[in-house]
Each structure stands twice: as structure tokens, then as C-alpha cells.
Ligand binder design. Structure first.
Ligand code: XUL
Ligand code: CO
Length: 440
């Protein structure tokens, strides 16, 4: 299957000794890690928008990406070519999942009816490729932010006609995801937020956002779509204040609106850092609330500070991310979706392969290190010991809700000077370094 990326071979695992840039050094899909194949732990997915649609434009210049379908003028012919190109790339990288927005796969036409017809055609083509290759749709979504109609948001727009159009668009995107047996459907807030309160009815906007998600949940039941709904936190960009700021904000929002049984979270690493958190913080917050669903695997640039969506290469991060995923019992419906793009100067088609190889190898290292860390238990043992005062005596009384302020005051009066132990952050970091380097 070589139509577009003719120079690129099927990427093979060659091991850490290999100097071949078009080979995996650490990602060995069939290798067993703790009774499960590496590929089944990691469940890599390609993001259609970045890899097949992203042109590389920035505020100072036009797109630079060279793609094999660039010369095709007819937009639907181009859309068909992209599907073939996408499946060629999945096959060559051995990636078994992908994600898309409705507008990534088929260009919007003048009317909604015509737009939906175009979507139906491309979805049938995708269906054939999925059947032939076994590649699955990790999740679908609707793009409710690019078109100028969404200038004030979608479900949180001040304009009810926009709310209605958004509903129509999500209805269709859910139907397409269902048609493709998608494992999930993601809601990312797009422009669901505001730039200034002096023109904003925040209460109505938040109520409408909840109303919209309830409508989606109702429609999901109506069509019998069994995939998992995800909501993806992001604190800023494009609006200054996004309503889905971070995991904790979304968890509160879902609970306040009776939606927490119907959604899980899709955590994106770069969105976490934009919110002033680490990715593992966001994953932990979702996990301990039973809401960890999927991951948009990327990396920010802390020196730049915006949503740079780098392909992830920092093995310290991938280790801590996989540590959370493994502790959650692994992915159920979710996976590691490379919501990540190449740098603007990395414009050749081969860079798409280098970028994904880099990300896959980094996560393979992270998986093995995290697995070994959990197996040997240096971190968990340390944490258990650090909190051991809650296992007996007054600590046990506290966690068993047996005492109140009066009893605790008496305890404090009766007991001598308090003694604390070291948090040993540096020792633990040194252990993590050792596990990363040894688990290759
Ligand atoms: C935007 C972002 C989106 C969502 C899907 O920052 O992450 O690509 O993942 O709409
Ligand atoms: Co994302």
C-alpha cells in the first residue's frame, strides 16, 4: 500500500542499537509488558487534523507543509486522497486508531444538507479502509470553532441560532462516529468561554453548555451509540477564559449538572501545562474521581507557553503519564491520541513519520519504566510509609470519622512536640531516573 509515501518503508522495531531514523528503537508492538502487548497498553492514535490537514501556518506566515495531495484542486477529490494517505500512514507506522473532527474529513459546503452529504461519502470510504485494515476510530468530534459563525462560541454563544446549528452539527458528527463504530466521542470546548465579562451572561452560557451536553446524552441513547463520551479540559486559547478550564473544573461542572455518569475526561498534556498543572496532576485528578478516559498525547514548550502541541519526546513526562494510566488499570475505551503537530520548518512528508516514531518510542520507554516502578513499588511503598500515621491511633480515628475538633484538641494538648519526616523528592526523582534508564 504505497501511493503517497512511496519512499517510506513499513516502520519496524530494530531495537536500541539501531541507527536507522525510520525504525522504532523502543516501541516493540508485540512485546509483552505485564501480561499485555505494548501496543494494547499504548493504543496509539493519529489526529487527522494535525497530520493530514494542518498546513503549518502561524500568525506570521502561511502554511509550509508539503503534502502529497497538495496539487489536487477539487476539495472532495483532495478529501478522498487524504483518506488514502491517512490509512497508508497508519499502516506504515502500525497505528491502530485515529481521531477526527467532522470538518477535517470533508470540507464544509454552502448548505448544511450538502455538507452532510459530503460527510456521508467520506465516511463510507473510511469505513471500507477500516474494514480492510482493522484500524479503529478512537473518537470523533465536531469542529465548533473554525467557522466565523462560532465567533461567540457554540453552545455558549449569545446567539440561539448558533446554538441550534451547533446541535445539528454535533448530531451529525455523533451519527458518523456511530456509523464507524467509534469507541468514543469527544467534546472539546472550542470557543466555549469568554474574553470579557462586560458583555457576557456567564450564568446563561454555563446553563446552556450543560443543556447542550444533556441533549447530546439524550440523543446518544436514542441512536444506541455505546461509545464513551469525553470532555477535554483546556484553560485558555482561543478564549481568555475557557469554561472547561481543567480537570477539577470539569468534574465540578459535570457533577453540578448531573452529567458525571455520562462523561469521562480526555486529558491533553499541553492543556495541563497551560492550566499551570503537570499532565500527571490532571490525570490523577481524573483518576481518583473515576473519570479518567483518554489522553491527547503531546507536549508544550515551557519557554513559549502556548498550545504548541509538540509530538511528545520527554521520557520523564511519558513515564509519569503511563504511571497514572497503569494505576487506573489501563485504557478501557481510550488511548494515546497524538494531538500533536510538526514544527513549521519540519515540512517534508517524512517528518510525519519521524514525529510519530519519536512519540511512540518515548511512550514505549515511559510504559516500561512505569510498569517496573509499579511492579517494584519504590514510589508506592514510600507514599504508604509517608501516610502511615493514618493507619493507627489518632490517624485511624480521623479517617474513620471517629473524632471531631474537641477530641483532636485534647489529643494535641496531650501530645508532645510534632515530628515530621522528609518528603525525599530528590531521592524519588533519582529512583525514577534510574528506572527510565534501566527499563529500556
Ligand atoms: C485543541 C484540541 C482539540 C481537541 C479536539 O487544543 O486539543 O484538537 O482535541 O477538538
Ligand atoms: Co486535544
Amino acid at each position: 500500500m504505497s501511493e503517497f509515501f512511496k519512499e517510506i518503508p513499513k516502520i519496524q522495531y530494530e531495537g536500541p542499537g539501531s541507527k536507522n531514523p525510520l525504525a522504532f528503537k523502543y516501541y516493540n508492538p508485540e512485546e509483552m509488558v505485564g501480561g499485555k502487548k505494548m501496543k494494547d497498553h499504548l493504543r496509539f492514535s493519529v489526529a487527522y487534523w494535525h497530520s493530514f490537514c494542518g498546513a503549518g501556518a502561524d500568525p506570521f506566515g502561511v502554511g509550509t507543509m508539503i503534502r502529497p495531495w497538495d496539487d489536487i484542486a477539487d476539495p472532495m477529490e483532495k478529501a478522498r486522497a487524504r483518506v488514502r494517505g491517512a490509512f497508508e500512514l497508519f499502516d506504515k507506522l502500525g497505528i491502530e486508531y485515529f481521531c477526527f473532527h467532522d470538518r477535517d474529513i470533508a470540507p464544509e459546503a454552502d448548505t448544511l444538507t450538502e455538507t452532510n452529504k459530503r460527510l456521508d461519502e467520506i465516511v463510507q470510504l473510511m469505513k471500507e479502509h477500516m474494514k480492510a485494515t482493522g484500524v479503529q476510530l478512537l473518537w470523533g468530534t465536531a469542529c465548533l470553532f473554525t467557522h466565523p459563525r462560532y465567533v461567540h462560541g457554540a453552545s455558549t454563544s449569545c446567539n440561539a441560532d448558533v446554538f441550534a446549528f451547533s446541535a445539528a452539527q454535533v448530531k451529525k458528527a455523533m451519527e458518523l462516529t456511530h456509523e464507524l463504530n467509534g469507541l468514543g466521542y469527544t467534546f472539546w470546548g472550542g470557543r466555549e468561554g469568554y474574553d470579557t465579562l462586560i458583555n457576557t451572561d456567564m450564568k446563561l452560557e454555563l446553563e446552556n453548555m450543560a443543556r447542550f451536553l444533556h441533549m447530546a446524552t439524550d440523543y446518544k441513547k436514542e441512536i444506541g451509540f455505546k461509545g464513551q463520551f469525553y470532555i477535554e479540559p483546556k484553560p485558555k486559547e482561543p478564549t481568555k477564559h475557557q469554561y472547561d478550564f481543567d480537570a477539577a473544573t470539569i468534574i465540578g461542572f459535570l457533577r453540578a449538572n448531573g452529567l458525571d455518569k455520562d462523561f469521562k475526561l480526555n486529558i491533553e498534556a499541553n492543556h495541563a501545562t497551560l492550566a499551570g498543572h503537570t499532565p500527571e496532576h490532571e490525570l490523577r485528578m481524573a483518576r481518583i474521581n473515576g473519570l479518567l478516559g483518554s489522553v491527547d498525547a503531546n507536549e508544550g514548550d515551557l519557554l513559549l507557553g502556548w498550545d504548541t502541541d509538540h509530538l511528545p519526546t520527554d521520557v520523564y513526562n511519558t513515564t509519569l503519564i503511563m504511571y497514572e494510566i497503569l494505576q487506573a488499570g489501563g485504557f478501557a475505551t481510550g488511548g494515546l491520541n497524538f494531538d500533536a503537530k510538526l514544527r513549521r520548518p519540519s515540512f517534508e512528508p517524512v517528518d510525519l513519520f519521524h514525529g510519530h516514531i519519536a512519540g511512540m518510542d518515548a511512550f514505549a520507554v515511559g510504559l516500561k519504566a512505569a510498569h517496573k516502578l509499579l511492579q517494584d513499588g519504590p514510589i508506592e511503598n514510600f507514599i504508604a510509609e509517608r501516610y502511615s500515621s493514618y493507619k493507627s491511633g489518632v490517624g485511624a480515628d480521623i479517617v474513620n470519622n471517629k473524632v471531631g475538633f474537641k477530641e483532636l484538641e485534647q489529643y494535641a494538648l496531650d501530645h508532645g512536640p510534632i515530628q515530621n519526616g522528609s518528603g525525599r523528592e530528590e531521592m524519588l526523582k533519582s529512583i525514577i531516573t534510574q528506572y527510565i534508564l534501566e527499563s529500556r
